[in-house]
Ligand binder design. Structure first.
Ligand code: PBG
Ligand code: ZN
Length: 364
């Protein structure tokens, strides 16, 4: 449209509006009637539910979900965790029937957390972590036998098994013995791999453990069969409470701030990601997720040739449930929004307590 034509049309239309001025409260008298240029029309691109899906660069699929399982040493245990809605602690006898219901819906991967509940099993070095009769090793074997195609990951840490509740081995003064901790964690990882774990995922954040785990796996002849997924960027913070209720793993004294990262430490997170790749990690985890999308995005740049996993942790999950219960938001809607955010930021995998729901919600 020529400029003159445009102006005359505008004048004509504003005249028309002026004629109606007695009835119209608001008019667009200072604006041209047709203000939209071709390039500013976007809505046609997402007018239909299908075209809205096409706008996503990546779509959520069942094979990206990893479901956390809490396994106890009391064989018939089936206990709800009040702070972690819909999640239970399972004894080995109850675990298989429960997991069967999920495998039937398309579950592909689980991550195991051991929860020793028997009296007197916790000690200074977390011996129960890789007890051949302990919950994790028994669960690996039982799950492998029942579901040969299920991908079995093991969280590797000592906090559930130590009397002091810290993730490693301590000096007498209560500070962390880094070297002994990394060696002990390496040994536990090798024992999980020996039992048949497809992946070991150390969540302690103690310096040097990836190197020790990888070395141990190589020396045991298992490095070609076991993926090392490092919780490389794990922040200390306020979102692990329900997990610690579930696993009974809160530290007796002090906190984890001397080994998990400070929430403001984006640079440290980037250095830890690079360090763990150097030391032999095959994949990396960023944890928590919702408040750390920038770190997921950093990881997708720094570790672009590695699978990146977001861990939607217990506190984030419980928060969404609490908000839904209060009527603040819709649970399914917010779950999709949160998990789509992880993909957008660059994650390929998601450890999520919402996995059973997504197996229902997703077709593929
Ligand atoms: C063990 C471990 C924790 C989580 C995963 N592995 C707790 C912690 O570090 O205190 C937290 C997961 C969650 O909150 O869902 N180190
Ligand atoms: Zn720990």
């Amino acid at each position: 449209m020529s400029r003159n034509l445009e102006i005359s049309k505008y004048l004509k239309i504003s005249q028309k509006y002026l004629d109606f001025s007695t009835t119209m409260v608001h008019t667009a008298e200072y604006l041209p009637a047709t203000g939209t240029s071709i390039s500013s029309v976007l809505q046609g691109g997402y007018n239909h539910p299908l075209s809205r899906e096409w706008q996503q660069e990546k779509q959520l699929t069942k094979n990206m979900f990893i479901f956390p399982l809490f396994v106890t040493d009391l064989p018939d245990e089936e206990t709800a965790i009040p702070s972690l809605p819909n999640i239970k602690r399972w004894g080995i006898n109850k675990l298989i029937p429960y997991v069967k219901t999920l495998v039937d819906k398309g579950l592909r991967a689980v991550i195991l957390f051991g929860v020793p509940l028997k009296d007197g099993v916790k000690d200074l070095v977390g011996t129960a972590a890789d007890d051949p009769e302990g919950p994790v090793i028994l669960a690996i074997k039982a799950l492998k036998k029942a579901f040969p195609d299920l991908y079995i990951m093991c969280d590797v840490c000592l906090c559930e098994y130590t009397s002091h509740g810290h993730c490693g081995v301590l000096y007498d003064d209560g500070s962390l013995n880094t070297e002994q901790s990394a060696l002990r964690i390496g040994a536990v990882a090798v024992n999980y791999a020996k039992a048949g774990a497809n992946c070991v995922a150390p969540s302690d954040m103690i310096d040097g453990r990836i190197k020790d785990i990888k070395t141990g796996l190589i020396n045991a002849g298992l490095a070609h069969k076991c993926l090392v997924m490092s919780y490389a960027a794990k922040f200390s913070g306020n979102l692990y409470g329900p997990f610690r209720d579930a696993a009974g793993s809160a530290p007796g004294q002090g906190d984890r701030k001397a080994y998990q990262l400070p929430p403001g430490g984006a640079g440290l997170a980037r250095r830890a990601l690079l360090r763990d790749m150097e030391e032999g990690a095959d994949a990396v985890i960023v944890k928590p997720s919702t408040f750390y999308l920038d770190i997921i995005s950093d990881a997708s740049r720094l570790c672009k040739d590695y699978p990146i996993c977001a861990y939607h942790v217990s506190g984030e999950y419980a928060m969404l449930h609490a908000a839904a219960e209060k009527g603040i938001l819709d649970l399914k809607g917010i779950a999709f929004e949160a998990h789509q955010g992880f993909l957008r930021a660059g994650a390929r995998l998601i450890i999520s307590y919402f996995t059973p729901e997504f197996l229902e919600w997703l077709e593929l």
